[in-house]
Design a protein around this ligand. Sequence first.
Ligand SMILES: C[S@@+](CC[C@H](N)C(=O)[O-])C[C@H]1O[C@@H](n2cnc3c(N)ncnc32)[C@H](O)[C@@H]1O
Length: 225
Amino acid sequence: MFARRPTSEWDHGFNSMEEKTRKLWIDQDRHTGDRLRLFRAISEYTAPKKVLYPGCFVDVAPSFSFRNVTFVDIDSRAQQFFADPDGVREIIASQAGAPGSPEFRFIHADYTEDLGLRGQSFDLLISLYAGFVSEHCSRYLRPGGTLLVNPSHGDAAMASIDPAFRLTGVVISRGGEYRVKTGDLGQYLVPKKPGTITAESLHESGRGVAYAKPAFAYLFEFSPD
Ligand SMILES: C[S@@+](CC[C@H](N)C(=O)[O-])C[C@H]1O[C@@H](n2cnc3c(N)ncnc32)[C@H](O)[C@@H]1O
């Protein structure tokens, strides 16, 4: 357990969480409010009842916009962070407009393995800088559900070659603000260099594909056969 410190020593307005929780969150939120703005933009696009975030580390920001979020990570620091639920609740409550009575759970696991979750039971799957989440966790997404994925680790490219996913929006980032665009999507996900993208080539490189017109992230609708 990490010691709680007297209120006077605390900055950022938090006063009842464990010190480790506070430090992890302050580091995570170093571009203050960046993820809050991202997920607020997503919440204007879709209103998921249940959200799954594999490879979350300590990014609790989805809970600032969505009431029910399941977080998954293999890292022991993420486990320590979520082992202080009062502290996590305090972070959520500190965000104006956050849902009241947030429901969140943390699963300390490798998302490539069975997470013990019901299949097709989530409305939004989040994949940000955490590898091939779409490949391993789409089974938890309900048909018609949404994948939010950024391109950095190749997962956006992986989704783009998976026939179960259809591009329905892109997330544009400008000056620290985010917005979702749903028109003119044909210009996105077009590789700069010709060549065939395969799951094997993506696994091999472990990197994103350079696109002619890049976006911060992509939104796909899940329509399995
Ligand atoms: C670069 S961090 C990104 C964290 C967060 N998504 C964000 O955008 O701030 C990648 C995280 O994914 C986690 N991760 C990578 N592969 C994983 C796996 N197979 N199972 C669970 N977590 C994984 C790592 O432990 C790490 O916390």
